[in-house]
Write a protein of this length. Structure first.
Length: 289
């Protein structure tokens, strides 16, 4: 679920700078002093997130950056992680005792979203461990342009062309990032990379009927290069499977921390019920919370 207004949900969907050539500027934050400043911080955070993950944005219907892929250079990855930590720190430092129950619930849910982002950045470290994010970035970069007729076909075809041109570089960056790949994730990525040709060679080609001959020729070259890069990435993963670490669960302690911070946990729900009960005594509404 996306949030372009200060309406808060439980998680940020993340699972991103122009075709790996630049980095999205990281805005400065400050601790919100009022509900209005919290909403402003949330708006700025979501705008930053959306521009930082253009493929995810396309998939959710925001087509501002359809010609871009996520910047997965580790300098950009670390900058995004630091920014999420900084925003969370500002939100956690906020004094909300004088706020209304509604505003405090907004604060709590926004904090839970940020806790989820920073938790998975810190614990899972997908850029270093999970090859699926790179294969998924390539496939979703195309599928997000196909699943809805939101723009004329030539417009979407040119966006796809720009993204396909960037895919070999993205996958090369993925190889450099994967310092601790997990074998199970790699096996799933291999299967996905080798079974997705039809998306590029059949489904995507429905957008090219209005392109000029020269554009179709360039489109074909970029498509073939992207597909070859995906297969090469799968071959590289397969050669290194024997050296990869086995998958293991996070464990009870880590899962408990996740449930306690990244979602509306039992303690969070209890506090929520207390607010409702205190704000509307005798209504019985708190029993449904």
């Amino acid at each position: 679920m996306r949030a372009h207004r200060p309406v808060f949900t439980l998680f940020v969907i993340a699972v991103t700078p122009s075709l790996l050539s630049g980095q999205t500027p990281v805005p400065k934050t400050q601790s919100p002093a009022s509900p209005a400043t919290l909403h402003d911080l949330a708006r700025r955070y979501y705008a930053w997130r959306d521009s930082s993950y253009p493929v995810s944005s396309s998939g959710q219907g925001l087509h501002t950056w359809d010609d871009r892929l996520t910047d997965y250079r580790m300098s950009a990855v670390r900058a995004r992680r630091r920014h999420a930590i900084a925003v969370l720190a500002d939100v956690k430092a906020t004094r909300t005792t004088s706020w209304s129950p509604d505003d405090r619930v907004d604060w709590m849910l926004f904090r839970a979203q940020l806790e989820g982002v920073t938790f998975f950045d810190r614990v899972m470290q997908n850029e270093e461990t999970n090859p699926q994010i790179y294969v998924g970035e390539c496939s979703n970069a195309i599928f997000s342009l196909l699943k809805k007729d939101y723009a004329p076909r030539p417009v979407r075809a040119r966006a796809a062309l720009a993204r396909m041109r960037a895919m070999p570089g993205l996958l090369a960056q993925g190889r450099m990032n994967l310092s601790r790949p997990v074998r199970l994730y790699a096996q799933l990525a291999i299967d996905a990379a080798r079974s997705g040709d039809d998306l590029f060679t059949k489904s995507l080609m429905t957008l090219t009927d209005s392109l000029s001959d020269d554009e179709r020729t360039e489109f074909g070259r970029a498509r073939d290069s992207a597909v070859a890069a995906l297969h090469g990435f799968a071959d590289w993963l397969e050669r290194h499977l024997g050296n990869m670490v086995a998958w293991r669960p996070m464990g009870k302690r880590t899962t408990t921390i996740c449930c306690a911070t990244c979602t509306c946990s039992r303690s969070t729900q209890a506090r929520w019920r207390c607010w409702v009960k205190r704000s509307w005594p005798g209504s019985g509404l708190w029993k449904g919370c």
